[in-house]
Design a protein around this ligand. Structure first.
Ligand code: AMP
Ligand code: MG
Length: 470
C-alpha cells in the first residue's frame, strides 16, 4: 500500500494574487523522526512505509494531486507593520476533508526557499521542529484549539544558525492558515476586490452562517477570546502574538518562542526578543483585542456603508474585554472546583493568583494539588494561604462536583521548558527516547502517568528564555 491522500485544494483555485506556486526543495537524506498515525487516520491518509513518508514529508516527493504553494500575507510584528511577509519557509501541499468533513490544510514547514523568504534559508532546525511537534500535540490533548503536527523528518543536512545544526521539516495541519495578516496585505494595498474574495473564502470555509464581513469579525473575535482564556488557564505564553501569527480559525499557531510557565507571574515573558513584555502572560488579552482591532480595520476597507460598519466593528471590538473576562472566569473557576461561577468568584480566584505570584508558586502543581497538603507547601506564607483555603472550602461546599471539575481543569503534566530542552539535546545526539516519553505523558495530561515530568525544574535546570528558532 502506497501513500495516498485525497487532496481537494480550494485555496489553489483562488487567483494568483493570493500565493505563489513553489515546490519543496529536496533534501539529502530524509529520515522519519515522528509521525502522527492517529491524525493521519483522521485525515483519511493511507500512509505506506516510513521511507515513503520521509520522502513526502521531507519534501523530496510531491504526492499526487497536491498543489504546493506559498501563501502571501503581511502583518504587524511587535506593533510595526511589515507589508510583505508570506510563507518564507512553509509550503502548503493542499487540503483534505477529515473524517468529520472539516477541511484541513497540510503544510510543510522548513521545506526550502520561496519567493517570500527574503534573506532566510527556508529551513528549520531539529530543535524548533520537535518543540512545535510536542507543544502543539500537548495543546491538543489539553483540549485547546491548535494546529496539529503530522510529521517530523530529519533532512540529513546541516543548517546554519550561528552554528551548524541538524535540519528538519515539520508537517503542520490546520483548519486553514488564514491569518489576520492575510487580510491586512490586501487592505493596505487597497486591493478591495481581493480583500472581498478572501473574506468570502474565509466565510465559506470557517463561518458559512456569517452574512458578511462583520459577522466574520464577530465569529473570529469570539474564538480569539476563548483561545486566550484557554491559554491562560494552563499557564501558556504564546510569545509572538503578531497579526501574522493570529489565525482566524481560532487555533493556536506558531510555536516559536512560546512556553508554559513554572512559577506563576502575571508579567512572565520567555521570548528573548520581547524586551518590552508586549506579549507577557498577563498582557495576552490586550494583545488579542489589539489583533482583532487590526482585523476589523482590514475588513472595513471593503464595506460600502463605512460609517455604520465602523460603528458595528467598534461595538464588536468593545465587547471583547467582557467576553475574555467571562471565558477566563469560566476556566479559572473550574480550576478551583466551581462549575458555574457567580459574582465574587473572580475575587476568590484573583486572591489565589496574588498569593501564588507573591510566593512564586508553581502554576500547574498548585492548582492540581488544591485541597491537599501539597498545595499549601507551594507557599512560603502559609498563614495567608490557609486564610484563602478556608474561604475556598466555604465556597466549594456548595459545589458537589468540585473534585471532578478540578481534575478535568487542572493538568498533571504540561510540556515544561527544561524537559523540552533536554528532549531537544537528546534528539540532536540521536536519542529520541525523551521525545517519546514526553509525547506519551502529554497525550493524557489530566492523568498523572509519569510523576517525574510533573516536577518543576531544579534551579540549575531553569530555562529563563526561549528563541524564535528561525
Ligand atoms: P515567524 O517568526 O515564524 O512567524 O516568521 C515570520 C516571517 O519570517 C514569516 O514570513 C516566515 O515565513 C519568515 N521566516 C522565518 N524563518 C525563515 C527562514 N528560515 N527562511 C525564510 N523565511 C523565514
Ligand atoms: Mg509565524
Amino acid at each position: 500500500m502506497d501513500f495516498k491522500a485525497s487532496f481537494d485544494n480550494t485555496f489553489a483555485r483562488l487567483p494568483d494574487a493570493f500565493f505563489t506556486r513553489v515546490t519543496p526543495t529536496p533534501v539529502k537524506a530524509p529520515r522519519l523522526l515522528a509521525f502522527n498515525f492517529d491524525l493521519a487516520k483522521e485525515l483519511g491518509i493511507e500512509t505506506g512505509d516510513a521511507d515513503g513518508l520521509a520522502a513526502i514529508f521531507g519534501g523530496n516527493e510531491v504526492p499526487q494531486n497536491a498543489t504546493p504553494l506559498a501563501q502571501l500575507y503581511a502583518g504587524h510584528q511587535f506593533g510595526n507593520y511589515t507589508a510583505k511577509l508570506g510563507d518564507g519557509r512553509a509550503i502548503l501541499l493542499g487540503e483534505v476533508l477529515d473524517s468529520n468533513g472539516i477541511r484541513r490544510d497540510i503544510q510543510l514547514k522548513g521545506a526550502g526557499r520561496t519567493p517570500y523568504s527574503r534573506g532566510g534559508d527556508g529551513r528549520a532546525w531539529l530543535g524548533p521542529v520537535l518543540r512545535e511537534y510536542v507543544m502543539s500535540e500537548a495543546m491538543h490533548a489539553l483540549g485547546i484549539p491548535t494546529t496539529r503536527a503530522l510529521a517530523a523528518v530529519a533532512t540529513g543536512e546541516d543548517i546554519y544558525r550561528e552554528i551548524a545544526l541538524p535540519g528538519a521539516v515539520l508537517t503542520r495541519v490546520a483548519t486553514s492558515h488564514l491569518r489576520v495578516g492575510s487580510f491586512q496585505v490586501f487592505a493596505h494595498r487597497a486591493q478591495v476586490e481581493e480583500l472581498a474574495q478572501l473574506t468570502a473564502y474565509a466565510i465559506a470555509r470557517h463561518d458559512p452562517e456569517a452574512e458578511g464581513p462583520m459577522d466574520l469579525l464577530r465569529a473570529v473575535c469570539a474564538r480569539q477570546a476563548e483561545l486566550v482564556a484557554a491559554w491562560m488557564s494552563v499557564g501558556f505564553i504564546h510569545g509572538v502574538m503578531n497579526t501574522d501569527n493570529c489565525s482566524i480559525s481560532g487555533e493556536t499557531i506558531d510555536y516559536g518562542p512560546c512556553a508554559f510557565m513554572d512559577d506563576f507571574h502575571m508579567g512572565r515573558v520567555f521570548s528573548s526578543i520581547d524586551r518590552q513584555g508586549r506579549y507577557a502572560f498577563g498582557n495576552q488579552p490586550n494583545m488579542a483585542i489589539w489583533n482583532m482591532a487590526q482585523f476589523a480595520t482590514a475588513l472595513l476597507q471593503q464595506m460600502d456603508d463605512k460609517d455604520s460598519a465602523v460603528d458595528e466593528a467598534t461595538a464588536i471590538i468593545h465587547a471583547m474585554p467582557d467576553q475574555i473576562e467571562a471565558a477566563w472566569l469560566e476556566r479559572f473557576a473550574a480550576k478551583i472546583g466551581i462549575a458555574a461561577p457567580r459574582e465574587g468568584d473572580t475575587v476568590l480566584v484573583q486572591n489565589l493568583l496574588d498569593l501564588m505570584q507573591k510566593d512564586g508558586a508553581d502554576f500547574t502543581n498548585t492548582f492540581r494539588a488544591l485541597g491537599t497538603d501539597s498545595a499549601r507547601d507551594q507557599f512560603s506564607d502559609r498563614d495567608a494561604f490557609d486564610v484563602w483555603a478556608r474561604a475556598h472550602q466555604l465556597r466549594i461546599a456548595q459545589e458537589p462536583d468540585a473534585p471532578a471539575v478540578m481534575a478535568a481543569a487542572n493538568p498533571a503534566v504540561i510540556p515544561r521548558n527544561h524537559r523540552m530542552e533536554q528532549m531537544i539535546q537528546a534528539a540532536v545526539a540521536g536519542d529520541m527516547a525523551p521525545f517519546e516519553r514526553l509525547m506519551k505523558a502529554l497525550a493524557t495530561p489530566y492523568v498523572e502517568t509519569d510523576a517525574e515530568l510533573s516536577k518543576p525544574p531544579a534551579p540549575s535546570e531553569v530555562i529563563p528564555a526561549t528563541f524564535c528558532g528561525t
